[in-house]
Design a protein around this ligand. Structure first.
Ligand code: MN
Length: 265
């Protein structure tokens, strides 16, 4: 902890420049490694869950860790996959059974360059009730947060998205939204960059917590209006160094990389 505080306060430790779809391979892998650690540190993933990025060199490929707990992922764990969800190299180590969440979303959504799959605990109640996950702070919840149910697509299963067909059905349910819930299981969150996908996965969990708390207080809830979400989204696309995700990424990297094992929640 002391180490991470020192890093956070060090003026020389600047946040690396944001990596969009044109980011170099090395920079994207660095964000993937940091993103895995951050998602673990923030309590959004546990031993399970994963984060991927579309390959900046080839839109028909994506980058994802070998089957490993996100809190332990290092650059050497990152493997390259085709949009069929299979590793490019023939002799690959064990891989995630739910990689088809990633492959089929990349296939369906050319605008998406990063995908997160989590078992984010507070979103799960919204996947098993008729209570929709609506935005209090998370403007990216618009147009909506749909719920995908494996039962509708494939009957009785173990709920895992472990085939291309289930991945396709999930991608179809996601549609043009940024978050889709998986019934009794978790969610998939998408964005144009790794950093935004990580940010959205964290704020999806945070928004779900706030909504549960608001429901406990009772009475009608004033949700974030679509008009407000639009203004927020427009502000986020303006490049303002030191603001928005730029600021939070620097802090999150410092905490997650400096304080490995010091999980917040
Ligand atoms: Mn899962």
């Amino acid at each position: 902890m002391a180490k991470s505080r020192q890093a956070a306060g060090n003026p020389k430790s600047r946040a690396p420049k944001s990596n969009g779809s044109s980011g170099t391979l090395k920079a994207v892998i660095a964000d993937l490694v940091a993103g895995n650690r951050i998602l673990y540190n923030e309590g959004v993933v546990d031993g399970f869950g994963h984060l991927s990025a579309r390959d900046p060199r080839d839109p028909n490929r994506f980058l994802l860790s070998r089957a490993r707990a996100p809190g332990l992922v290092v650059a050497a764990d990152i493997l390259e996959f085709g949009l069929d969800g299979e590793p490019i190299k023939a002799k690959a180590p064990p891989i995630y059974s739910e990689r088809f969440i990633h492959s089929e979303i990349y296939r369906a959504r050319p605008d998406v360059h990063s995908v997160v799959h989590t078992h984010s605990p507070t979103v799960v109640p919204f996947s098993v009730t008729h209570e929709p996950l609506r935005p209090i702070r998370a403007g990216f919840f618009y147009p909506e947060v749909p719920v995908f149910d494996t039962r509708d697509a494939a009957g009785w299963t173990d709920l895992l998205i472990s085939t291309p067909a289930l991945g396709r059905a999930l991608a179809e349910k996601l549609g043009n939204n940024s978050v889709v819930l998986l019934r009794g299981h978790g969610n998939a969150v998408v964005a144009a960059t790794v950093r935004d996908a990580v940010y959205r996965a964290i704020y999806t969990e945070a928004n779900a917590k706030l909504l549960l708390q608001a429901k406990m207080l009772g009475g009608p809830i004033k949700y974030l209006a679509p008009e407000e979400a639009e203004i927020m989204n427009a502000a986020r696309t303006r490049v303002r160094p030191g603001h928005g995700s730029d600021r939070i990424w620097e802090l999150l990297v410092s905490e997650a990389m400096g304080a490995s094992g010091k999980r917040k929640r």
